[in-house]
Design a protein around this ligand. Structure first.
Ligand SMILES: C[S@@+](CC[C@H](N)C(=O)[O-])C[C@H]1O[C@@H](n2cnc3c(N)ncnc32)[C@H](O)[C@@H]1O
Length: 271
């Protein structure tokens, strides 16, 4: 296992060509196209705008302001993390890397005849697929993760996420050929350590199907480390990268089961 608390564009330079057996990642992308200038005060409109008005806040013994009745730190009543970033069309701080920045690097480090899974939303799928094919990846298929929860939307409730499955080199069978391309796995509800944390069970299905024991899986955007935990559970080696120190520490603790004083972030009580 090797974990990097760094920008993946820097960390990937340490990874030799054709040394990785599979990539499984949930990459950053903007959740709103063209920025967020449609709502009041330059904030996104609709459900993303549910917090543009100041909420009540309180200063506690540690001298830090919190959103009243929650664990969330604020600046004059405005949440530092999830809501502030959502206003900017993102769910976490570091979200500016472009597909064309990292796709050539993960293509370079993957061995021939391997699989690459990238989680994506319908709006960004076309751009991701086009840019992946440009660097040499071949389209394999789209997997659908059906969740047990839904995100409100003014059209239809979003109750699935997409996983773009690519390959480098020749086609390779998955290990469990009866696996359906619709994966019904419960989402994590409550006690999330990252706003887009993925269930370990979902990552396990992908890793188990595309690698063998001891092979190396790379996640350049590991967040709270679900891909790493899945690797550990399945006896795979893992290379993980995360730029944000807060999430890196959570991932490190979860993967190595280290005793850490890092407070767990809980997004479950945000309405
Ligand atoms: C969609 S989240 C991944 C969440 C993860 N699947 C989990 O289960 O927790 C993407 C992560 O990429 C990180 N990130 C963004 N830009 C990065 C970069 N240049 N290098 C490394 N990590 C980056 C973000 O901080 C964020 O935690």
């Amino acid at each position: 296992m090797k974990l990097y608390n760094d920008d993946c564009l820097i960390a990937l330079k340490e990874i030799p060509d054709e040394s990785i057996d599979c990539v499984v990642t949930d990459c950053p992308y903007h959740i709103i196209s063209g920025g967020c200038t449609t709502g009041a005060y330059g904030n996104p409109s609709g459900i993303l705008n549910h917090d543009y008005k100041k909420r009540e806040y309180e200063k506690r013994e540690d001298g830090i302001e919190y959103l009243k009745g929650t664990k969330h730190q604020t600046l004059h009543g405005v949440l530092h993390d999830s809501i502030t970033y959502t206003r900017q069309g993102k769910l976490f701080k570091y979200n500016d890397i472009k597909f064309e920045d990292w796709l050539p690097e993960i293509y370079r480090v993957l061995k021939q005849n391997t699989h690459c899974y990238i989680m994506i939303n319908p709006r960004n799928l076309a751009e991701l697929q086009t840019k992946a094919e440009k660097v040499g990846f071949k389209f394999q298929q789209i997997l659908i993760w059906v969740k047990n929860n839904s995100t409100p939307n003014r059209y239809y409730l979003n109750s699935y996420e997409m996983i773009l499955m690519l390959r480098k080199g020749k086609a390779k069978n998955i290990n469990h050929m009866g696996t359906k391309n619709i994966l019904q796995i419960n989402n994590i509800i409550g006690n999330k350590k990252h706003p887009t944390e993925k269930p370990v069970e979902l990552m396990e299905i992908l890793i188990d199907n595309s690698t063998g024991g001891g092979q190396v899986v790379l996640d350049p955007f590991m967040g709270a480390g679900s891909t790493g935990i899945a690797c550990k559970n399945l006896g795979r080696d893992f290379v993980g990268m995360e730029i944000d120190e807060k999430y890196f520490k959570i991932a490190e603790e979860r993967i190595y089961n280290k005793d850490s004083k890092q407070e767990k972030l809980d997004f479950s009580d945000l309405d």
